[in-house]
Design a protein around this ligand. Structure first.
Ligand code: ADP
Length: 493
């Protein structure tokens, strides 16, 4: 087998900076690729959030330049000095662009940073300059989401990159609803021939410049994070968010590879962020975690056998909170307790604060981003609710399986690919699944889960089945290597 030179480009990665699932993927997949023997470098921006001391960051180059908006933006290059599992992690430092309180959004206005076009246009060029500086022209550049969508485009349309003629590109879509669309004026900042910005071309999307479209249009191959989502985003506007046509045109080049999870971080038998460890052969620790969770979030112990339902999520429409809102009173009438951890839309902050005020014994609402709490909720809950409108892959249902916390999910995207409805009589399934985007269907699934929960033996069998499933990155990393090889073959055709 021949080994590849891979460059993995992501706007965020665990453990350095995270807003969502992409960071988990970028933190784990490159390590798994390196474990297979390939040479891997990961590049991301050096945000304010990255703890330079903790990760022992070392400056490896200074005063490199990347052009944006008719000026040469300067950047320094840093490398992680800590052991990162056989790969090199590089950071692009430009404090004007990246030393900010949030990654993509201005917290003082609640809106995206006004210069995101420049920030990530600059980042795309800086990544390519980083390759040049490091003398590293990869066989494949794996770009992720709109923030790196310009890289495949630059390589195809900018004649200044002839030294990358052997580099193929793969563009991964982690969520099609986040598109990086900017006013048409932004195009002139990219230093490309103006004629490239035209209807029916690779950059123009309803008179805007779309970095997502550029990635989809120009990458050698495209993929997304589950097979079902790959089909859904081509199928209708409801799932494709306007990109269904562009994706359908590239259907033959579009693949779905399920995300794995990092069991070094998310496994209750080794997790040091939870009060007691547990595993299929020794479940006692889970009860301790449940008690600790209840104490920590100040939910009273009404009865020992009331199930706790956990929710950890961005509070966004995508995640199905309007369904919860619709049947909130019915939910509160059930014999359950809910622990919610999340941040996002103001309207959902209000919804959950008010519910908590009205039903303090039934629901705890932690409106913050708190990784340690996320681990405790996974470990201490009995069930995990993800009623998503759409879900490219979803990670929390996979973490839940490993922690013996039974997922209740809507059948969409990666949730459909990973969770099978329980049939206690037949002894099949690993969770509870409802199909329609419908509050009553969700409520019925929760009621069914509560019914099954009452039979401790059946419930334990269900838990154990999920805990023993393997969603590690090993299988998916191999599929990525196959995908990279296809991209390389396509490039050389
Ligand atoms: P998405 O990428 O759409 O946000 P995923 O399920 O793919 O959804 O990944 C979300 C990741 O972010 C998970 O690792 C989840 O635990 C984490 N997460 C989301 N919200 C919070 C929060 N408020 N505190 C801690 N972790 C969170």
């Amino acid at each position: 087998m021949s080994f590849l030179k891979i460059l993995f480009v992501s706007p965020e990665a665990v453990p350095y900076a995270k807003t969502g699932g992409l960071a988990d993927v970028a933190g784990a997949l490159p390590k798994s690729l390196a474990k297979l023997g390939h040479t891997v470098k990961l590049v991301m921006p050096l945000y304010k959030h990255v703890d330079r001391d903790k990760f022992n960051l070392k400056q490896v180059a200074s005063s490199l330049t990347a052009r944006i908006a008719d000026r040469d933006g300067k950047f320094n290059l840093y490398e992680s000095g800590s052991d990162v599992g056989g790969l090199e992690v590089l950071f692009v430092e430009n404090n004007g662009f990246f030393d900010r309180p949030e990654l993509y959004r201005d917290p003082s206005t609640g809106r995206d940073w006004a210069d995101n076009d420049e920030r990530f246009g600059f980042f795309a060029r800086a990544v390519l300059e980083t390759c040049r500086y490091s003398n590293y022209i990869p066989d494949v550049i794996h770009c992720n989401d709109w923030q790196s969508g310009l890289i495949p485009a630059f390589l195809k349309v900018d004649s200044g990159y002839s030294d990358f003629s052997n580099a193929s590109t793969v563009f991964s879509i982690h969520n099609i609803a986040y598109q990086g669309n900017f006013p048409s004026e932004s195009f002139s900042k990219l230093g490309l021939d103006g004629s490239l910005f035209a209807p029916g071309g690779g950059f123009e999307y309803w008179e805007k410049v779309s970095y997502l479209k550029a990635g989809i249009w120009y990458a050698d191959l495209i993929n997304t994070v589950s097979e079902t989502y790959a089909g859904e985003i081509q199928s209708s506007n409801e799932y494709g968010y306007g990109f269904e046509g562009v994706l359908k045109d590239r259907s033959a080049d579009l693949f779905g590879i399920l995300n794995g999870i990092d069991y070094n971080i998310w496994d209750p038998s080794v997790d040091n962020l939870i009060p007691a460890n547990f595993k299929p052969e020794k479940l006692a620790g889970k009860k301790k975690c449940k008690n600790a969770l209840r104490k920590r979030v100040k939910l009273p112990m009404v009865r020992r056998d009331i199930p706790i339902i956990g929710i950890i999520s961005r509070l966004a429409d995508q995640k199905g909170f309007d369904l919860i809102e619709e049947v909130a009173e019915d939910l509160m009438a059930l014999d359950i307790q809910i622990v919610l951890l999340g941040t996002g839309d103001e309207k959902y902050h209000r919804l959950f604060s008010e519910l908590h005020k009205k039903y303090p014994k039934k629901i705890a609402a932690l409106l913050e981003f708190n990784n340690e709490m996320a681990h405790l909720i996974e470990a201490g809950s009995d069930m995990f609710l993800m009623p998503s409108r759409y879900e490219p892959c979803g990670l929390n249902q996979l973490y839940s399986l490993r922690y013996g916390t039974i997922p209740i999910v809507r059948k969409t995207g990666g949730l459909a690919d990973t969770i099978e409805n329980a049939n206690p009589a037949k002894g099949t399934g690993n969770g509870f699944v409802f199909t329609g985007y419908d509050a009553r269907e969700m409520l019925n699934a929760i009621k069914f889960a509560c019914e099954v929960y009452r039979d401790k033996n059946v419930w334990e069998i269900l838990m154990l089945r999920g805990m023993r499933q393997d969603f590690s990155w090993d299988a998916s990393a191999k599929k990525y290597i196959e995908l990279y090889k296809k991209a390389i073959a396509k490039k050389n055709r």
